[in-house]
Ligand binder design. Sequence first.
Ligand SMILES: Nc1ncnc2c1ncn2[C@@H]1O[C@H](COP(=O)(O)OP(=O)(O)OP(=O)(O)O)[C@@H](O)[C@H]1O
Ligand SMILES: [Mg+2]
Length: 256
Amino acid sequence: MIRIENVEKSFRKLPVLKGVEVEMEKGKIYAFLGPNGSGKTTLLKSILGLVKPDKGAIYIAGQDIQKNWEYRRRIGYMPQIAHFPENLNVEELFRMIRDIREMKGDNEELVKYFQLEKHLKSPLKTLSGGMKQKVNAILALMFDPEILIFDEPSTGLDPVSHLKLKQLILRERDRGKTILITTHILSEVGELADEIIFLLDGKIFFQGTTEELLASQEEKNLERAIAKITDREEFEKLAKREQHTSAVSRLFHWVA
Ligand SMILES: Nc1ncnc2c1ncn2[C@@H]1O[C@H](COP(=O)(O)OP(=O)(O)OP(=O)(O)O)[C@@H](O)[C@H]1O
Ligand SMILES: [Mg+2]
């Protein structure tokens, strides 16, 4: 469904993507992991055509995206940081996006699902952070796109809304959508991801299932496996401190 070939991108002198090669199939959820600043958002924006790679190519359903802009209509995007036209209210925003995209789009059911009916007439600037996230999620989903890209969608969502969003993501996957998501919430990775794609030093360090990632690091816990990959030195210091603390607490236990 999506093929990324040798994509490179630098910002001024800073190389961020250094030859990214990855393939994603239809009907799966891919979780993009990697430390802050590892290029996850940059890579997702490259797929959306919002960032132009210096080198390489991206294919969606076999089409080179540089040569075919129509593909954008098939992608729903929930950005990490959303910028709304603040003077509009929620309803007006939905209408504006429908007009721009010249597509019908159905937000009614989604508004109900996220319990936003009462806020349809609220100016966007008065919405809380979590409410803005819900509006953002609705914008990504309302045109029923084949590919969904969620860049840290859960930030600021309360537990009920978070559960609802996760259920929605799984439902869309089961309807055959291809879903790309970044998150630092690791429980979400376990619950949602069919595959993990781990970005490190500008390249794909790992692609595979959660179980395969754990096995590759000889760890049982995803947080530890990721910490080990990201910063081996810090991880070993932490592990030493942990051993020390548990030895001391065992000693206390014994003395007591
Ligand atoms: N428009 C830009 N101009 C200059 N530098 C940029 C730009 N966008 C991203 N960068 C830099 O590229 C690097 C990768 O940023 P990116 O936002 O892709 O990281 P990320 O993996 O999404 O991080 P996070 O987990 O914090 O969201 C960072 O060093 C960032 O400062
Ligand atoms: Mg990011």
